[in-house]
Design a protein around this ligand. Structure first.
Ligand code: IMP
Ligand code: MG
Length: 174
């Protein structure tokens, strides 16, 4: 079976939205240092673009979790593959994600991070599929709400491919 990619959000649209979120975060965190936590691998492209547009001091950390197998369906199981390097205690943390889908990954992660005593903890996601939510998650910064379609690009993969696309596209099977 072959597949092709239909553009859903162009590179220009995504970049403009990230610029706006960066400005918003810079205003909201004026006078503070923000500690960005990237959820690998999908969040990495968004994190880099977002961090460049934040004008308050920024520090970064990375973690990797897995909630999906190699296809397009959720396994519903969250596993920490790589934990953070640094403590989050007393830091103003923003978790940077590629997409909130069922919400399982983020609700698990946020609860775990709260237990480590950050001063504040917020969530920033490039994409949100609200129709797919199974577990309630409070999203503070959203790039785009999108319909229930499987998307790739800007860090998001289908079987580890397409992460490097500079736009968001829908995988369509021929
Ligand atoms: P959740 O736990 O169901 O919210 O899913 C979280 C993770 O599933 C995301 O961080 C992605 O890695 C993956 N995911 C969910 N929807 C998509 C999609 O449309 N394309 C690619 N990955 C997705
Ligand atoms: Mg992800």
């Amino acid at each position: 079976m072959s597949e092709h990619i239909r553009v859903l959000l162009s590179e220009e649209e995504v970049d403009a939205r990230i610029q706006a979120i960066g400005e918003q975060i810079s205003r909201d965190y004026a006078g503070k240092q923000v500690h960005l936590i990237c959820v690998l691998k999908g969040g990495s492209f968004f994190l880099c673009e977002l961090a460049k547009r934040i004008t308050v001091p920024v520090s970064l950390d990375f973690m990797a979790v897995s909630s999906y197998g190699s296809g397009t369906q959720s396994g519903g199981v969250v596993k920490i593959i790589k934990d953070l390097d640094d403590p989050v205690k007393d830091k103003d943390v923003i978790v940077v994600e590629d997409i909130v889908d069922s919400g399982r990954t983020l609700s698990y992660l946020l609860e775990m991070l709260w237990g480590r005593g950050p001063r504040s903890l917020h969530l920033c996601t490039l994409l949100d599929k609200p129709d797919r939510r199974v577990v309630d998650v409070n999203v503070d910064y959203t790039g785009f709400q999108i319909p229930d379609e499987f998307v790739v690009g800007y860090g998001l993969d289908y079987d580890q491919r397409y992460r490097n696309l500079p736009y968001i596209g829908v995988v369509e099977f021929d």
